[in-house]
Design a protein around this ligand. Structure first.
Ligand code: SF4
Length: 215
C-alpha cells in the first residue's frame, strides 16, 4: 500500500511543470460528472477548484461504479470490512435492499485501475466515504441505516489503486493537499494546522486512527 499522506511521497514525485504536469486521477463526481447513484455529482463538482484550474496538473477522471453499474443505480456499501478486506474475500458489497453487488464493484475497480495505468497517473484524488473511492473513512454497512455507522478503511477501487502502488488521497486531506498546492502554485504557503481526514478530531475519536498516522 502506498500512502500519499507521507511528506516523503510528495518529495519523490517529479516537480510538476506546465510542460510536464502532474498526472492526477480524480473521482469523476469531483469533476462535476453526474455519475452518482442518482445521476448527480453529489455536489462535489465545486471541490478543489484551485487544483482543477492549475496548469501544472493534468487531470483525468473515472467513476468505477457508473462504469460497471450505470446511472442511476442502487447504493453499494461494504459489509464486513473495508476495500482491502474485500479483495481478501473477507467483505462484500450489498445495496440497500440486500442485493449483492460485489462482482460489479470489483469490475468497476479493475477498470479504474486499468485506466490509471493507461493514463500513467502519479496521484489519485478520490471522494472519501464512498464504498468505491473512499480512502480513510467509509460507511460500515448500509449508509441508510440509522444511526449511520462508519468504519476506517478504504473503498474497493481505492484499495485496488493503493495495492497497485498508486498514491491515493481524499478531498478532505487538507494537509496533504496543502503540500500538493505548494508544489504546483509558486508562492503558495500552506497555512499551519491543516489536518488530513484521518487526523480530524471526530475521526480520531470515533474510528481509532492515531492523530498522525494513517492505517
Ligand atoms: S464511485 Fe467514486 S466517482 Fe463514482 S460517484 Fe461514487 S465517489 Fe464519485
Amino acid at each position: 500500500m502506498r500512502l500519499a499522506h507521507n511528506p516523503k511521497a510528495f518529495s519523490e514525485l517529479p516537480k510538476p511543470t506546465t510542460e510536464a504536469p502532474l498526472r492526477i486521477l480524480m473521482s469523476a463526481c469531483m469533476m462535476g460528472q453526474g455519475c452518482g447513484v442518482d445521476g448527480t455529482d453529489y455536489g462535489m463538482g465545486g471541490a478543489l477548484s484551485w487544483l482543477k484550474a492549475n496548469n501544472r496538473v493534468h487531470i483525468v477522471h473515472f467513476c468505477p461504479e457508473a462504469h460497471s453499474m450505470g446511472i442511476p443505480r442502487t447504493m453499494p456499501d461494504l459489509h464486513g470490512g473495508d476495500g482491502r478486506d474485500f479483495w481478501k474475500g473477507q467483505a462484500k458489497v450489498l445495496d440497500e435492499s440486500g442485493a449483492e453487488l460485489s462482482e460489479q464493484m470489483a469490475e468497476g475497480a479493475k477498470a479504474m485501475l486499468a485506466f490509471a495505468k493507461e493514463q500513467r497517473v502519479q496521484l489519485c484524488v478520490l471522494t472519501d466515504m464512498s464504498a468505491a473511492c473512499g480512502t480513510q473513512v467509509i460507511a460500515d454497512g448500509c449508509r441508510f441505516d440509522q444511526p449511520r455507522a462508519y468504519r476506517k478503511g478504504m473503498g474497493v477501487a481505492a484499495a485496488a489503486l493503493s495495492a497497485a502502488g498508486f498514491l491515493v488521497l481524499a478531498q478532505r486531506d487538507h494537509k496533504s493537499l496543502g503540500r500538493l498546492r505548494a508544489m504546483i502554485e509558486p508562492g503558495f504557503l500552506a497555512p499551519e494546522g491543516l489536518l488530513d481526514h484521518h487526523a480530524h478530531p471526530w475521526v480520531v475519536e470515533n474510528l481509532g486512527y492515531s492523530d498522525v498516522h494513517f492505517g
